[in-house]
Design a protein around this ligand. Sequence first.
Ligand code: PAF
Length: 285
Amino acid sequence: MKVITTVKNMQILSCELRKEEKIGFVPTMGFLHKGHLSLIDRARSLSEIVVVSIFVNPKQFGPSEDYLTYPRDFERDKRLLKERDVDILFYPDIKDMYPTGYSTYVEVEGFDATLCGARRPGHMRGVATVCMKLFNIVRPHLAVFGEKDYQQAILIKRMVSDTNLDIEIVLSPTVREGDGLAVSSRNIHLTDKERKDAAVLYKSLLFGKNLVEEGEDNTDKIIKTMRKMIEGKRTARIDYIEVVDSKNLKLVKTINKPVLLALAVYFGRTRLIDNIIAVPARWNV
Ligand code: PAF
């Protein structure tokens, strides 16, 4: 595995490689877990060269968020990627990505009304900006994103389509622990009690999905039930539970098409997100 640490060298290498081979790309912020590894496997199955980036992007964290405490372990990540047969690890320096005077941002409109876009001002802009930069540096044919960050994946698809980037965006399913908790780099921060309580997230999503499938079309009722389940856990503090159109992510009041049930919940200081798609029974007939 080659480790490339400068923007220039990565650009030179990918320009050369992409003439002959299909490049699959997995952007990450490191502290890799089995969710990332499944994205890498997906990229591997679809391309000849697999590039993974590790860059904790300061532009997507708000001033009171966890940029400084975001978990990092480069040596462990490097070993995992080597074992996974990744071809190139791109590990740029912050000054190379955002040199003094940096002032260009990518704004994808309409993503600040719901979900994390509404709660984390500037987050979606930071994600779009770094992904546009990484796409221009790595020049992949395809890039793989996890469904756990569903809004992020839809945003990137929109950006790629709107700006005519010739990159296929592939979505890959959320990987879960045995009790259903979605794997996330942030899970490491949970205490034993918080970790146990956090299993309620997936349980509540499954419960909500079931209600939709059984014909409940009132989102307020579904959210109320899910809220009650989550509030039953002492360490949980709900940031949001929302039901949105699975295509355009707009809030839905009455369910008559596929929806995304999505939530963000704090356990102690750790904010976790998760989601599930629910298709009303009548939609299939
Ligand atoms: O999902 C992530 O880890 C990040 O948002 C991404 C896509 C690597 C951009 O920094």
